[in-house]
Design a protein around this ligand. Structure first.
Ligand SMILES: [Fe+2]
Length: 308
């Protein structure tokens, strides 16, 4: 098997202010499927095309933001191996027992240098995507809302993104696909990292405060679907941050918008593919506007300052 180690983003756990309002938003507007609720009040969702039980989890709290972002790894042996590597690297890890999250196996939890909580796990119950593994139809019918294919990546904000990148590269086997340099031409403002062949599985922007979420992103199939998502957002009076537009970085088409708690989310499509033999794409400070928003060719202040 060519692909081992960390396979893909697995789940994001996001804090919301009003649970009922948020469930309605993620179900009716986003079109996610609710797959369960647990004793601690967490509500679990999956995208319709995903097989695993959950990829997006919300819980009620006093402030919005990201509790944890998790990656699925190949198997239990890989989980043990990566836990050992993290410890050897000097990272404190914690084992969260199987079943602590619904239909999810044991997790290895640790903090990044930017203080974001990352989890690795190997097992999550396959509840299917509604069309099965044998002679599947093209898609499920009768779905509602924006209906993304999968939860795809997140962008986090924090101080020491250099140490983050080093950990992802040296311990978890990620590679840097693209980066934006600051005015000095040396320091990274932002990096996009991949564990497979996607344009990114996690990205990070240098920021004064630790542990901040910029957005969780959901994949759509086509640019037309991105435009349709904007229509649905307008129908539901969703607060759109920017878009539909295109990123220069990754080349993905995008909409940034806010959930009812102020967490920024993204629906996007397309983007570069990447293999480990490719050098990273570099964006220089004078073209940072086009790197982030390719059509406007300038940053909007909210992109840099509004985080949860
Ligand atoms: Fe994104």
């Amino acid at each position: 098997m060519a692909m081992t180690g960390v396979l893909r983003p697995g789940h994001a756990v996001v804090r919301v202010l009003d649970l009922d309002e948020s469930v309605k938003f993620y179900t009716d507007v986003m079109g996610l499927k609710e797959t369960g609720r647990d004793n601690s009040g967490r509500v679990y969702f999956k995208c319709n095309e995903e097989h695993d039980h959950n990829s997006f989890v919300i819980r009620k709290a006093d402030s919005a933001g990201l509790d944890a972002f998790a990656f699925k790894v190949l198997n239990n042996a890989t989980l043990n191996e990566l836990e050992g590597k993290l410890k050897d690297y000097g990272v404190t890890t914690e084992r969260v027992p199987a079943g602590e999250m619904l239909e999810t196996g044991e997790r290895v939890r640790f903090k990044l240098p930017t203080e974001h909580v990352i989890e690795l796990y190997a097992q999550k119950t396959d509840v299917g995507n509604g069309i099965g593994y044998v002679n599947p139809e093209a898609f499920q019918q009768g779905l509602k809302g924006i209906n993304p294919l999968r939860m795809d990546h997140c962008l986090i904000y924090g101080p020491d993104i250099d140490a983050n990148r080093k950990l992802f590269e040296e311990v978890l086997g990620f590679g840097m696909v693209e980066h934006i340099l600051l005015e000095d031409g040396k320091t990274d403002l932002a990096t996009w990292l991949s564990c497979g062949t996607k344009a990114h599985d996690i990205a990070m922007v240098r920021h004064g405060e630790p542990a901040k979420l910029h957005h969780v992103s959901f994949l759509l199939e086509t640019w037309e679907q991105v435009l349709r998502a904007a229509d649905i957002m307008s129908m539901h009076r969703v607060s759109i941050d920017i878009g539909p537009t295109r990123h220069g970085v990754t080349r993905g088409t995008t909409i940034y918008f806010f959930d009812p708690s102020g967490n920024r989310m993204e629906t996007f499509c397309g983007g570069n593919y990447w293999y480990p033999d490719m050098p990273p794409i570099t964006w220089t400070w004078d073209e940072v506007g086009a790197g982030v928003f390719y059509h406007d060719r300038k940053l909007n202040e909210r992109f840099l300052s509004v985080v949860t």
